[in-house]
Design a protein around this ligand. Sequence first.
Ligand code: F6P
Length: 359
Amino acid sequence: MKRIGLLTSGGDCQALNATMRGVVKGLSHNCKDLEIYGFFEGYKGLIYGNYRLLTSADFSGILTKGGTIIGSSRQPFKLMRVPDAKGLDKVEAMKQNYYKLNLDCLVILGGNGTQKTANMLREEGLNIIHLPKTIDNDISGTDLTFGYQSAIDIATTAIDQIHTTASSHGRVFIVEVMGHKVGWLTLSAGVASGADIILLPEIPYDLKKVCAAIDKRHKSGKKFTILAVAEGAIPKEIAKLDKKEQKKEMAKITDRYPSISFKLAADITKNTGYEVRVTVPGHVQRGGSPDPFDRVLSTKLGVYAAQCIMKDQYGIMVGIVNNEIKKIPLEKSAGKLKMVDPKDQTVQLAKYMGISFGD
Ligand code: F6P
């Protein structure tokens, strides 16, 4: 007999359903007596006891379905220890619901913030398995997260589409790719789509270098330039400031422009005279069906999690390291961001072929 709680928390992404399907199919195939409680809208459902007993039929036919059948919400980790408006102790409430249902474990699908709360619940004595979801691929301890490859496909397609119109009009185009803190998605989509300039949060940019790269291209006879710019790209003069000042300066930019890309576009036009257009694919990058790579990855992660549950192995994240699905102790992964190292081989090889990172 196994009683499992399941929740999906934080920003959604492709393959959440595919991963849950893997967990449930893995369990139902090997465990005669199985109860699955789905908590709705992430930790909110666990805090307020909003759940439903689900059957394996609920997880059938969802491999290709985007989003999450049990809903998600953002419940910031830093507020978890802060009582809600009615004074409810959220952590105690989550524990009570867990014990009330007599769960063997909670399977939690989510990104960094979700993982921090998952680790806190582990420290509080609950049996936890975390599965790493995010288009940002920024979870430490796993080489890949599910959702990332599907988002690369979408961001790459967006930049591919821009290529033709940029070339017809001889314009400079900025495509803003998701990722406030890390640039894996921008780096991969930028290289995959042949972007000329790639700007990442981890490599602060120098406007003069960006303009010089555009000029160099145009002088060599190319009539258009494509920039793949992460949401969290940051000018080098702001990156030099301490965190508080950085926030202030970035807020000044977003008070005036919808995002950093629009400020950059204005700066490029001012400095070079080139016409610049900005395209923001936004949440499109998180939507729709998972690609085949993510379907395979999430199925493997989910089924491996089912194996761990059958062996009562908890307090872990199930991730992939060197192409092998593995258990990673939650405390080793939680609270650490996996960022792009400016010395990363992809960055270095891209630079070698002339892609500018604005540094
Ligand atoms: O963490 C995933 C992500 O899509 C980031 O890439 C992006 O910066 C953020 O979520 C957007 O958050 P929200 O959906 O809350 O606007």
